[in-house]
Design a protein around this ligand. Sequence first.
Ligand SMILES: *[C@@H]1O[C@H](CO)[C@@H](O)[C@H](O)[C@H]1NC(C)=O
Length: 273
Amino acid sequence: MIMGMVFLVFFSFVVAASAGNFNQDFDITWGNGRAKILGNGQLLTLSLDKISGSGFRSKKQYLFGQIDMQIKLVPGNSAGTVTAYYLSSLGSSHDEIDFEFLGNVSGEPYILHTNIFTKGQGNREQQFYLWFDPTKDFHTYSILWNPQTIIYSVDGTPIREFKNLESKGIPFPKSQPMWIFSSLWNADDWATRGGLVKTDWSRAPFTASYRNFNAQTSKSSSAGNSWFTQSLDATGQARIKWVQKNYMIYNYCTDTKRFPQGFPPECSLSSKL
Ligand SMILES: *[C@@H]1O[C@H](CO)[C@@H](O)[C@H](O)[C@H]1NC(C)=O
């Protein structure tokens, strides 16, 4: 009995410790030493200087999942830099679920830019300010992706939902497995105030940090409330409304200049898009 308990404690420790090891879950894909896995796989850093950015990719592909990553963004003057963190399949009709963090001069707000591609087609941008300074601490950025819905969350607060509206003729990602990608790169031709503010290379290298990656992919759950069948409850819907009212700064579904002939069909089919 005691032995069993000791074993159980030891076993759960091993399981917990092996969840989120960057050495096991990711490969550094570019940057010539600018991306680093540190602390026995517990921390990953990307950096950018005038010569190159850097990036990593998951070893595995995912077809649905509850995927969480803690990120601490480039501090100080990060104008012109973009930290992209996204799920994507490959090819011309790929699916993609994006977080992109657009840097800013010190003290001015980052923009969280989101987009969703289905069958190679994106143009579904929504942008947000955050309700905290994302450079001071690690915060959790999550994607819940199941056959019914895609929900973006920040520290557990849902900010965006893309529902499966296939029955209305709108493609939904559900058959192409995706990798997780991240990269830190220079985009000062467009990122900060539409390209007006340039990257200050005297501040380089710029560094973003990652920790506590966790991907739930097992479809069943003994508790019965698996991520696989989850949808937004009333509280979640109220939270999304709060974020959209107070922090959303761009929504393709209200951009009449861009869509003079009428909005994409999903815009009118779901008020929560
Ligand atoms: C940067 O700060 C300016 C001024 O507050 C703001 O208009 C802009 O949305 C901020 N973010 C980016 C990425 O440009």
